[in-house]
Write a protein that binds this ligand. Structure first.
Ligand SMILES: [Zn+2]
Length: 142
């Protein structure tokens, strides 16, 4: 059995998103093809230069690359993230989105510089409550 997989996923710990993220990754053809790292705020600690988070995240990516030969990293941030103070921490949805996109881009640069050759993807998950249920969709960021 091959001990290789395609990608490392970096996602937030937030339980509301797990099954939706999994379904989305399956739709991208990544079923059973990814290692998974979950931290509150996903790449936030890396961007904030929290030393423990930086070491942990880069170590996970290094292990994933060496052991499983990953070629891609998917950074998945989400709106209403508690690590950022949720929606309430922002004046507007636009401001929140801009912050999330900026942090994902900063993280993409760190991963890209540390692991040249890996393709880094950025995905923003949006959440909307509808009829008492959470509706989640995903935006691939260029
Ligand atoms: Zn979160």
């Amino acid at each position: 059995m091959s001990h290789q997989c395609k990608a490392l996923i970096l996602q937030c710990i937030d339980f509301r998103f797990h099954s939706a993220i999994r379904d989305f990754l399956v739709s991208l053809g990544l079923k059973d093809q990814y290692d998974l790292a979950s931290l509150a705020g996903a790449a936030k600690g890396l961007v904030d230069k929290n030393p423990a988070s930086v070491e942990l995240l880069l170590q996970q990516a290094d292990i994933s690359k060496r052991l499983h030969g990953i070629t891609d990293v998917y950074i998945i941030h989400h709106m209403d993230c508690g690590a950022y103070g949720g929606h309430a921490a922002f004046v507007s949805v636009e401001e929140e989105r801009t912050k999330q996109l900026g942090d994902m881009e900063a993280a993409r640069q760190v991963f890209g510089e540390t692991f040249p050759g890996l393709t880094i993807h950025k995905i923003l998950a949006r959440i909307e409550e509808k009829d008492g249920k959470n509706k989640i969709d995903f935006e691939m960021i260029q």
